[in-house]
Design a protein. Structure first.
Length: 359
């Protein structure tokens, strides 16, 4: 099987996870089935013409990059959702992760993107050129920059984590895979989330299907500690730098949201999330989780195809988007301090939702 055929099979496999047929989109636009409740307001929606797999808002809050299963990265204005440009190469393979490089303030925008072909590409998003790239044998499923933006980590389907120099893409360290599914010295199943600590430049969290969050120091090869009891299927771990808590969103029926103490790894709180407080038989299976300023935590996923906004202090739901035809696999937030607005952008099927949270 040649490289192009493998790429087509990969695209089909990833696209099938969240792709919506044309009939699904027509139903969506025909009946406007989504419900918005509480503090959430939809500003606008945009059809990306391909299933959305990832998105990230730029550090200045002005643009958003949306990665699709057709290989395109679409850059849109956050304020009005206007399309600015598209980043794409000739091979139309799914984009599985996007991270902006915040080390350079303002223009040009620089971002890292990973693909199912195993490519890591560093884009100049202001002129649509690739500044640097490398290819892995394995598919890439997640990525993150450290807080000083001199390193980027990528999670691979061979169960390893590779850390590269941001400027040269020189390999700095390779965190090995585990020896079994039940390992605590590396992952034994697919890695779906990576998150560097927002204040500790060498501390990296990883999580996936093997029910563990593993904590690494990227100056050494091996795990320094681990947390057991999660089931991570997307970008659904985040770190609260103010209280040093870890938040994890799991794809399961009960206790989908968990709060842990970062230092000890001890569980602080279990929270079950359902369609409504009266419909506990309709659980929300989480794919995405993101802290939104000091005030809110946002989670989203599938089965019920819901997005929920939680108050950070009480962890109670204060807003929601529900009734979508597709699961939500992409999510990001930002705080616009000038207008005191919390922005949420998510992707469900081919549709990107641009939303605001009312304070």
């Amino acid at each position: 099987m040649d490289h192009s055929e493998r790429a087509r099979k990969r695209e089909s496999r990833v696209g099938s996870r969240c792709a919506s047929p044309a009939s699904s989109l027509s139903r969506f636009y025909g009946r406007q089935s989504q419900d918005v409740d509480g503090r959430l307001r939809i500003v606008t929606t945009v059809n990306m013409n391909s299933p959305i797999l990832c998105c990230q808002i730029s550090p200045d809050g002005l643009v958003v990059a949306v990665g699709c299963s057709n290989g395109e990265i679409r850059i849109h204005d956050v304020s009005d959702a206007k399309h600015i440009r598209t980043l794409a190469v000739s091979s139309k393979t799914p984009v599985t992760g996007i991270k902006f490089d915040a080390s350079k303030h303002g223009l040009p925008y620089r971002l890292a993107a990973i693909y199912t072909t195993g490519h890591l590409r560093i884009w100049n998003a202001s002129n649509s050129t690739v500044e640097n790239e490398l290819e892995h044998e394995a598919e890439l499923s997640c990525c993150d920059f450290n807080c000083s933006f001199d390193r980027i980590a990528v999670g691979c389907t061979d169960l390893t984590i590779r850390v590269y120099n941001n400027n040269t893409l020189e390999l700095k360290i390779l965190h090995p895979k585990g020896h079994s599914i039940n390992t605590v010295e590396g992952h034994g199943m697919k890695i779906l989330a990576l998150k560097y600590h927002p204040r500790e430049e060498n501390i990296l969290l990883s999580a996936g299907w093997d029910r563990t969050i593993q904590v690494w120091d990227d100056r050494t090869k091996y795990v320094i500690r681990h947390i057991y009891g999660v089931h991570i299927c997307g970008e659904s771990i985040d770190i609260d730098p103010y209280h040093n808590y870890i938040y994890a969103g799991s794809w399961r029926k009960h206790h989908q949201l968990q709060e842990y103490d970062f230092v000890s790894g001890k569980l602080i709180k279990n929270i079950s999330i359902s369609k409504t407080s009266h419909e506990t038989h309709r659980p929300c299976f989480l794919y995405c989780l993101k802290l939104a300023s000091r005030d809110f935590l946002v989670v989203a996923g599938c089965k019920e195809n819901d997005l929920k906004i939680l108050d950070r202090r009480t962890l109670t739901i204060v807003g929601s988007l529900s009734g979508l035809d597709d699961g939500i696999y992409a999510l990001d937030t930002c705080q616009i301090f000038k207008n005191e607005v919390t922005v949420i952008i998510c992707g469900a099927g081919n549709t990107a939702y641009f939303m605001h949270v009312l304070h």
